[in-house]
Design a protein around this ligand. Sequence first.
Ligand code: ADP
Length: 601
Amino acid sequence: MRKENITVRALKRYGGFNKKYFPLRFFRILFECFSPYFNLWMSAEIVTALYEKQEKRVIFLLITITLFGNLFVHTMGALLGHLVNLEFKRLCDKEAAAFNQKTVSLDYSKLEDPKIRVLRRKIKENAFVNGYGVNCMRTSVEGILRSVISLAFAGVLFAEMLTRIASAEFEWLTWILLALMVVFTALAILAKNAVQEKEAGVFKRLNDWMLKENQLGQGHSLNGMDARVYKQQPILTRLEMKMNREHLALFSWARWRTWLHITPHILLSKIPEICAYTIVCFYCVRNIFPIGSVIKYVGYLYQFPMEILSIFYFRAELRNNEQFLVPYLEYLNLPNDMYQGTLAVEKRSDKKYDVEFRNVSFKYAGSDKYALKNVNMTFKVGERLAVVGMNGSGKTTFIKLMCRLYDPTEGEIYMNDFNIRKYDYRQYLDLFSVVFQDFSLLALPLGNNVSSSETWDAERAERCLRGVGLGERYDAMPKGLETPITKHFDDEGVNVSGGEAQKIALARALYRDAPFIILDEPTAALDPIAEAEIYSKFDEIVGDKTAIYISHRLSSCRFCDKIAVFDKGELVQLGSHEELLADQNGKYYELWTAQAQYYTK
Ligand code: ADP
């Protein structure tokens, strides 16, 4: 990424979210900048007219122009301000939507990649904790625009003043003072530029520290119960005080540094101001400038170097901000590498889909360890396959590969004799109804959750809810399928328990009616009675679908046709419960006897 183009590229992308915003902002700034110059000008004219004892008619006219001019400028300014705020809101909404859209459309493997997670977190933290990124870019660009427009207005007055000076007798002092103004403005800019890098370093240090503090704060987010039971408050309070002390020390250091850096620049920039006063007073005393010019010329002569300095300040701010735009652009431009496939998935009425894993191995991004190693397995439609093994043995990874959330690092997965990569990805996903261990529900009505869509077939949704044993709870819901399942957005919403949420996730899987149903620890959050109820209905729930079912509770796997036993990423056994139990040296026997002892003792 070429550095000099970063801001321009980010600006184009950002401005593209709402093409009306920047033109409106330009006009708003134009009115904002015009207002003080107009008032300076008119005040000077009124003072001069009063001093020169002009006719009342003239003075009245000047006052009327000032009042109506201000009325117009302020009314237009307020109207433009309102429009700008409206368009800014639209821009922010679109920008946030584009960011979220990027996240949801990203290959799952990338979404989970630790490096990309860090990138996403950095963008958000820089924006929310310190305001860097696109927001800083916008305010800096607007700052530059404001200064350029102000300079243009000041230029008009400056030209008027130079014409007056040029028409008067030649005075060395004037030109020396004007030259001093230019020289000291330039020196003030140089002084500011000289410390720019040091200043950026100070802010970077402060910024990094605040990001660390924010992460620590999140890491220590208190679960009130643990903190109380383990009496953690004193440790946490001490930690908080230590962090506050560190923050204060760093903050004070940063402020002192900034003060030291900025002082030469402030002193140097005062000299042009003194020169401006001297020139204007000099000509006023000699009646070359009208008396009102003191107000007019001093105001803008002072403003002139200030605006130039401000342009340099915002330019440096833009440069400093580039480091925060890099992750932003990098994230938005992340390509999706996963091959999407083109082969149409056959919609078979007999639901005959055979799956085969051939020498499949897999490593997660950023990990050198194989999560799955050389897995070979075939299973046929209509079979009930249980997948068992200790924590971390690769069961969930096996499911994720099968659903193509990840592609294997080595080996291939086939469905009906075609590599699953060849199938149209969206169609392929439609083959699976999955209840993941860490499933998530939407903060929307029950109907949306069960159908995963904006509309739903009420009869089918109700059947699925009753099928998973949620009938009674459903009957008690005040608005039936319209009932939101949180209270976040609607007081009439209901809060569901972990077990009920898991049942809703099960009902969602059933509603989809896909040929494969995959349940990863489907009853982990259920009480024993609800669990027994689900098991007793399991055949009914699954029907003629192919079911893959991960469980820690081996007793619940007995009814499956085949049981796949995973150990340290490898498929170590495959067979029926009886076959596996017969092998007393096998992993299944070990797991079974370890669990059984709790029930038999
Ligand atoms: P199981 O479902 O049997 O508990 P998993 O399939 O979740 O096991 O995990 C298999 C291995 O892969 C474990 O060592 C786990 O730490 C690792 N793993 C799981 N998910 C990720 C991930 N997103 N990134 C890196 N490693 C992971």
